[in-house]
Write a protein that binds this ligand. Structure first.
Ligand code: PBG
Length: 333
């Protein structure tokens, strides 16, 4: 090693000429890796900006179509839909309606854009339950908690309903044990063997979801999600979750949030060699937007740096609210 050290070796040589620097760059962002989260609500002509997520909106189906059209023109192909339903109840039954809000949105988007877009659906009940938890509740040792196995049954139904309406990929986010297996069985039984599952396999109980809960109107009405989402302190457990989900038939693995969990993205990619998606969540977005608006950071530079770091860590796909800006900046070069 000594003979190959300074002054023979000068790493700065590769940084001197900007074109050479370009040649040796290891990671490149590509708009095809982006997935844009969108929030759809009943009504028409609605485009309500989410105050903590500037540039993102709750949209009625007609305006959703405009939004997807505009994003598509920027090269974005992947969209994940979240629904704000007309009513909420204890079991989240509005999630299963054939004419539910996400189902309506899927049909309208498929009719308009055919196979030029990839439509993903978040599969969970927190937006549909009146208590805001990710499935129906039951009492466990004197405490109310999400009923895991009862949730599995309706999760499979929700996925089938979304597949029937046009979903290309289903993405369960509730962190229920056995969710991938239950969904795979439900989809296959309904003839949807070809629909992939993107499992939110390593999803942490995170403070970074704050703005999303305003966007999706889904905060838990009591307690928190600590009994189903993962403890931010755990890494080995993430590998275990991923291993189980792959054994149950997951096609993609998601790690969420992204930025405080780059080590988890790296571990998952290195160990399992499967497509990995990272969710650059609402709070991560809000911090950049807020500091950018105050002039404390250069928003463009920081955003591209963050997205590059997520990809460098090992993510193949990035779900991010920065999609549109990033796509524009990448086009400008
Ligand atoms: C649950 C879900 C959440 C997010 C995506 N799916 C919220 C939660 O678990 O509380 C958060 C996404 C974000 O913060 O951008 N359906």
């Amino acid at each position: 090693m000594n003979s190959a050290a300074f002054p023979h070796v000068r790493p700065r040589r590769l940084r001197f000429n900007p074109l050479v620097r370009d040649m040796v760059r290891e990671t490149a962002l590509d708009v095809r890796d982006f997935i844009l989260p969108l929030f759809v609500r009943p009504g028409s002509g609605i485009r309500n900006e989410i105050s903590s997520m500037p540039g993102n909106f709750q949209l009625s189906v007609d305006r959703l179509i405009d939004e997807v059209g505009a994003a598509k023109d920027l090269g974005i192909r992947g969209f994940i839909l979240f629904g704000i339903p007309t009513f909420k109840d204890a079991t989240g039954s509005s999630a299963l309606q054939d004419d539910g809000i996400v189902q309506q949105a899927l049909r309208a988007l498929k009719q308009t854009f055919k196979n030029e877009v990839v439509l993903l659906t978040d599969e969970c009940f927190c937006e549909y339950t009146d208590h805001g938890h990710c499935g129906p509740l039951c009492e466990v040792q004197g405490r109310m908690d999400v009923d895991n196995d009862a949730t599995l049954e309706i999760l499979a139904k929700q996925c089938v309903s979304h597949a029937m309406a046009g979903a290309d990929i289903v993405a369960p986010s509730g962190m229920m044990d056995g969710m991938v297996q239950a969904i795979r069985a439900g989809l296959d039984e309904a003839g949807f063997e070809q629909i992939p599952i993107m499992s939110y396999a390593a999803k942490y109980a995170s403070g970074f979801y704050g703005p999303f809960r305003e966007a999706a109107e889904s905060p838990p009405q009591f307690g928190d999600r600590g009994s189903y989402q993962m403890d931010p302190a755990n890494g080995d457990e993430a590998e275990r979750e991923v291993e189980l989900d792959l054994a149950e038939g997951a096609d993609f693995i998601m790690v969420k949030p992204a930025l405080s969990y780059l080590d988890i993205i790296r571990r998952v990619k290195q160990r399992f060699h499967v497509p990995v998606a990272a969710y650059n969540v609402s709070g991560e977005y809000a911090m950049v937007k807020a500091a950018g608006a105050k002039g404390w950071i250069d928003e463009r530079r920081v955003t591209l740096e963050i997205l590059t770091s997520i990809k460098r860590a090992g993510a193949d796909l990035i779900l991010t609210y920065h999609c549109r800006d990033a796509a524009k900046w990448l086009k400008q070069g």
